[in-house]
Design a protein around this ligand. Structure first.
Ligand code: MG
Length: 383
């Protein structure tokens, strides 16, 4: 493919799919990956799944879908500047959260606790399960049969016992790098960073919009305050317009981080000078932010954790969310007949229950919880 750097993933040299298929010409292999993800059921459900706020709390907050689109945008911008494979970056970004449970991290933690006696639950691995097994759209195979490179990017983290199991099922495949301690391709590395850059900025935005964070609190954050001062300097009239001032601040914050990653990654790439996309996997991480931005971003993250993710109001909804997931799990486990027929027919009931709950949207989980327990978990006025 023309225009790509020699260390970019070349779709013509893909390690291929688990089930051999004819070439998608005139599309490339990674365009096909991206297209399959966009048309999947799990992708459509992202619109009603949340990150920090529960879906019924407001229409303006990020959902998993808008988050994934923002990650794809940030990732593609950086990929183009670095001459990496934009289609692959987009595919990984759009798929990276497919395995998330309803109710964000609270849902994931609750499901993990329920599944502890049965092998646990991990959202990265679940994203892989969605694209490898759970989607049912093709005559010849389960899942979406994505390329190795897309699957490698989707499985961002993986515990050693899981990697060992994957290695047994697929020798030299997707689990191998967690055993060898090697890196994924540059496109996968890039989406990891785009994800972080994206949620740090949009969680500030949603936090302020919800009233849980104040602009005054943000003044103690060097990374944010620098861009707030810059925006005010460029546009003094923004002083009385907090919403626009925040937008101008976050816009600058995003751009600065994107260009910082591009500069640092370019520096690392020219120093390491990898021969091709595969050589990258044996080198230390090459897609990275500068030390200064890394340091500032870490303090931003600590701030968000303490001020937003642990905010009493957020904690109160996450407590409800945890209870919904736990009670759903217990209800289905004790009465598998309540599951849809295809899930009920599976031999491994706990995993079938976990797959079913993980696929739910926030509102469907609430409706099912109400149906099975007769109780209203959230005070939302919806049944
Ligand atoms: Mg994400």
């Amino acid at each position: 493919m023309t225009g790509l750097a020699r260390w970019a993933s070349d779709p013509a040299r893909s390690r291929g799919r688990r089930h051999a298929e004819p070439s998608p010409t005139p599309r490339t292999e990674h365009q096909r990956d991206r297209d399959r993800i966009v048309h999947s059921t799990a992708f459509r459900r992202l619109v009603y799944k949340t990150q920090v706020f529960v879906n019924h709390e407001g229409d303006l907050f990020r959902t998993r879908l808008t988050h994934s689109l923002e990650v794809a945008q940030l990732g593609r911008s950086m990929a183009r500047l670095l001459r990496l494979n934009e289609d692959l970056v987009e595919a990984i970004a759009l798929a990276h959260d497919l395995g998330h449970t309803p109710f964000g991290h609270a849902g994931q933690d609750a499901l993990h606790a329920c599944m502890a006696p049965y092998g646990g639950f991990e959202h990265n691995l679940q994203s892989l399960r969605v694209v490898d097994e759970l989607e049912q759209r093709y005559a010849g195979f389960d899942g979406l049969n994505l390329s190795f490179e897309a699957r490698e990017g989707i499985l961002k983290r993986c515990a050693r016992p899981v990697a060992e199991r994957l290695e047994q099922q697929e020798p030299g495949g997707i689990g191998r790098r967690f055993l060898d301690g090697t890196q994924p391709g540059l496109e996968a590395q890039l989406v990891n960073l785009a994800d972080e850059i994206g949620y740090n900025a949009h969680d500030i935005d949603d936090g302020v919009r919800s009233g849980l964070l104040t602009l005054a609190q943000l003044e103690n954050l060097p990374l944010v305050d620098r861009f707030r001062a810059e925006a005010l300097h460029d546009h003094p009239t923004l002083d009385g317009q907090p919403r626009r001032l925040l937008a101008e601040t976050l816009r600058r914050l995003l751009s600065a981080q994107v260009y910082d990653v591009v500069a640092e990654t370019t520096r690392r790439l020219s120093a390491a000078d990898p021969a091709d996309a595969d050589a990258v996997r044996r080198l230390p991480p090459l897609v990275a932010a500068s030390e200064q931005v890394k340091h500032d971003a870490a303090s931003l993250k600590r701030f968000l954790f303490a001020a937003l993710y642990r905010h009493p109001q957020v904690m109160a909804t996450t407590d409800c969310a945890r209870a919904v997931v736990k009670e759903l799990f217990e209800a289905y486990l004790s009465s598998p007949a309540e599951l849809p027929a295809d899930h009920a027919a599976r031999a491994d009931t706990p995993r079938a229950v976990a797959d079913y709950i993980a696929g739910m949207t926030d509102r469907f989980a609430q409706r099912e919880h109400h149906r099975l327990t007769g109780r209203q978990a959230f005070d939302t006025g919806m049944a």
